[in-house]
Design a protein around this ligand. Structure first.
Ligand SMILES: Nc1nc2c(c(=O)[nH]1)N[C@H]1C(S)=C(S)[C@@H](COP(=O)(O)OP(=O)(O)OC[C@H]3O[C@@H](n4cnc5c(=O)[nH]c(N)nc54)[C@H](O)[C@@H]3O)O[C@H]1N2
Ligand SMILES: Nc1nc2c(c(=O)[nH]1)N[C@H]1C(S)=C(S)[C@@H](COP(=O)(O)OP(=O)(O)OC[C@H]3O[C@@H](n4cnc5c(=O)[nH]c(N)nc54)[C@H](O)[C@@H]3O)O[C@H]1N2
Ligand SMILES: [Mo]
Length: 682
């Protein structure tokens, strides 16, 4: 049985190298490939068992056209020619009558692969003059903060965590979202490192931690500013480092000053003594590393929160030693070039969090066509009821290009089946690991599935938008993406031969020794003017909790170990419960297993309750990425998440959902009393 090399490009920091066993043209086993030291030894259960995903009943295998009402999910199989000609024809009509901006491409990170997004798709939509989408569901706030303060300097590499004397895991749950970091942290702890976890939930690492700070969602900014203030007022700020390597120190210090331990305790729910003790421990420890995740960006204060957290190693002088500093996204370890030459059109841009609103209300021109790929907006975008209303428009021409029959696909006029990363060529880089990998197909496509680069390349031609020099060839596209590297030919040869390459800055750079801020003066900018101007009331200004007496509970929606966002979730059986602290449950007459209604002014979710002391009082949790089948009314956490934007980057504010929960019995008795109509999610 052949064992073939591959690489996982899915939206996960780790970026595993894979060995895939193929039997009779089908994937039968997927394991780690030792070539990549970081991911050698084990891979996640999702990809290990990916055969269930590739060959399961939800796989899309053939192009199809709607044969029922919008959203009903009835389709008739057609040929690729018929499907693509129909799309080209409708696009031509819409451009003629309303202009290209009446077409909206919608995509996110379903495959993080460089050949699958911003490649031939960009060529098509730029030449059509389509409306552009701001990719803000995730990492927009963290991206703005790291760009502003450090110019996206690469972070502390995972293997160097073993050298740390203190590890702060801040708003990340690697046990689900980045599993190769976990054994490294465990080894560091065994060797004596102090572990601090800052998370509203008792995550697996919080249970291992010496200190767990159960921060109220959306208050990390306050906590980090209180830690910074403590360092300044107790003479523990590293003045020499700040003088040599930082700007904006006075402004930053001034904004930290109001956050006394007592004031911070009120906002964050963390006792003042714990805040002070944490600051003292951090000041004393070296090397100390902060693993900043994405949980803290998904709220109104997200950008300033991330900025304040990554400011701490500068204030405390934690750089310059192996295992000291911070890690956020390491994707900037590789600077990739565009694979298509077309410039971004200057035209209409919409924030993807506003998808529902845009489909329903945007004018001049109205959105007449929606082309969704690498994304599952019905399940992953805030204000789900609005997205559903928008996608239900009978006059909206919707194309869904995916490898799975997602909940979004039910709303398609045309369904196009996509290959998965095991069936096409893909170039990808990690954002936890610093690897770059090129993988060629290990099996032929299921049914008639086709890769993105081929389908968008074909549509460019059918739309009559070809230009000389266009290529859809994945290796030629790869060469363009790597064109600005120091030694493109050498790198192409390395990734072709080994599959994987490490950046020039090395596998494990030391911050402020091997890598420096990529700002114009190579300094950390603690209060950059552009961020200060962008944040509604200035950088580091804290916006209070959006909870109300009617909707007091903070609903968060963290990643599950069994999915990547909504990918693979179709394989999870049964109804998924909302987790609630026993005290919050008791005061509401909820017991373990109760059927409950979670609701606010945006919508409602019907599911069951699971009582858990892992939750903090006042915080409830329903995972991200669920499908309609996982709740009893088909709505998920996003039916309750507002389509508001974070202070920086226009990021989604999933965790600003504030809700109330009642048992379904209570809900039904209200309903009969007031005969109040309730909208359900689906
Ligand atoms: N409530 C709540 N919602 C959230 C979050 C949250 O915290 N709370 N988190 C958000 C986060 S972090 C993210 S990143 C987003 C993700 O949001 P999405 O990107 O919409 O979610 P995915 O599940 O990754 O969907 C990707 C889709 O792309 C498809 N796909 C994969 N590879 C290919 C390919 O090669 N070609 C094509 N055409 N399709 C492909 C997959 O089958 C899948 O259906 O969700 C966000 N949604
Ligand atoms: N298995 C798996 N792996 C994944 C993904 C997945 O869905 N499943 N998704 C991938 C993607 S798209 C991304 S972006 C990354 C995300 O990876 P993570 O950063 O781990 O993202 P989340 O699970 O959203 O949030 C992490 C933690 O933040 C906590 N949290 C929520 N709100 C707050 C807050 O206000 N402050 C603090 N301090 N903590 C808070 C949550 O309880 C959770 O434990 O993981 C990637 N890897
Ligand atoms: Mo994400």
């Amino acid at each position: 049985m052949p064992v073939l090399p591959s690489a996982c490009p899915l939206d996960c920091p780790d970026h595993c190298s894979l060995n895939v066993t193929v039997e009779e043209g089908k994937v039968v086993r997927v394991e780690d490939r030792p070539a990549n030291p970081l991911t050698a030894g084990f891979i996640c259960g999702k990809v290990r068992r990916i055969a269930r995903h590739l060959y399961g009943e939800d796989r899309l295998r053939y192009p199809a056209i709607r044969a029922g009402k919008k959203g009903e999910g009835r389709f008739r199989r057609v040929s690729w020619d018929e499907a693509l000609d129909l799309i080209a024809l409708r696009f031509a009509e819409i451009r003629r009558t309303s202009g290209g901006e009446a077409i909206l491409p919608y995509y996110y990170g379903g495959s993080n692969g460089a050949l699958t997004q911003d490649a031939t798709d960009a060529r098509l939509f730029r030449r059509l003059g389509a409306t552009r989408i701001l990719r803000t569901l995730c990492a927009a706030a963290t991206g703005r903060a790291t760009a502003g303060l450090y110019g996206r300097m690469p972070g502390v590499a995972y293997p160097d965590y073993e050298n740390a004397a203190m590890i702060l895991v801040w708003g990340q749950n690697p046990s689900a979202s980045s599993i190769h970091l976990v054994p490294i942290i465990r080894r560091a702890v065994e060797k004596g490192a102090r572990l601090i976890v800052i998370d509203p939930r008792k995550t697996p690492l919080a249970k291992l931690a010496h200190r767990h700070l159960a921060v109220r969602p959306g208050t990390d900014l306050v906590l980090a500013m209180a830690l910074a203030r403590w360092l300044f007022v107790n003479g523990r700020a590293d003045d020499a480092f700040l003088a040599a390597h930082a700007t904006g120190v006075d402004q930053f210090r001034e904004r930290a000053m109001p956050w006394t331990p007592a004031a911070a305790a009120t906002a964050t729910g963390i006792p003042a003594a714990d805040i002070e003790a944490t600051a003292a421990e951090y000041a004393d420890a070296s090397p100390a590393v902060i693993r900043c995740g994405w949980g803290l960006e998904r709220n109104r204060n997200g950008g300033s929160a991330v900025a304040s957290v990554i400011a701490l190693p500068a204030v405390a002088g934690k750089f310059g030693v192996r295992g000291g500093g911070y890690t956020l996204s390491n994707s900037a370890a590789w600077k990739l070039s565009p694979s298509v030459d077309d410039a971004e059109p200057i035209g209409r841009v919409i924030n993807m969090n506003d998808l529902g609103e845009a489909l329903l209300t945007l004018e001049s021109p109205r959105i007449e066509a929606l082309f969704v790929y690498n994304a599952n907006p019905m399940m992953t975008v805030p204000d789900q009821n609005k997205v559903q209303q928008g996608m239900s428009r009978e006059d909206l021409f919707t194309v869904i290009f995916d490898s799975m029959a997602t909940d979004s696909a039910r709303y398609a006029d045309v369904v196009l089946p996509a290959t998965t990363f095991l069936e096409h060529t893909e170039l990808s880089r990690g954002y936890g690991s610093m690897s770059l990998q090129l993988a060629t197909p290990v099996v032929a496509p299921e049914g008639e599935a086709r890769p993105n680069y081929q389908v968008f390349g074909d549509l460019v031609r059918r739309c009559g938008l070809s230009k000389p020099g266009d290529t859809d060839d994945p290796i030629e596209l790869t060469r363009k993406i790597l064109a600005d590297q120091a030694n493109t030919d050498g790198l192409m040869a390395t990734i072709a031969a080994n599959g994987v390459a490490v950046p020039d800055s090395g596998e494990c750079p030391i911050q402020f020794v091997d890598v420096f801020p990529r700002t114009d003066d190579r300094k950390v900018h603690l209060c950059p003017a552009d961020l200060d101007a962008e944040a509604p009331q200035g950088l580091y200004h804290w916006q209070p909790d959006p909870g109300t007496p009617r909707y007091p509970l903070a609903l968060i929606s963290p990643a599950l170990a069994t999915t990547i966002s909504s990918t693979f979730a179709q394989l999870i059986p049964g109804i998924i419960p909302v987790e609630i602290h026993p005290d919050d449950a008791a005061s509401r007459g909820i017991v373990d297993g109760s059927a409950v209604r979670i609701h606010n002014e945006l919508g409602e979710v019907h599911t069951t309750a699971r009582l858990s002391t892992d939750m903090s009082p006042g915080v409830v949790s329903l995972p991200k990425g669920l499908w309609a089948r996982h709740t009893t009314n088909g709505a998920t956490a996003n039916a309750l998440s507002p389509a508001t934007h974070s202070d920086l980057g226009g990021n989604a504010c999933f965790n600003d959902a504030r809700v109330e929960i009642e048992t379904l019995d209570q809900a039904n008795s209200h309903r009969s009393k007031f005969a109040e109509p309730h909208r359900t999610g689906k």
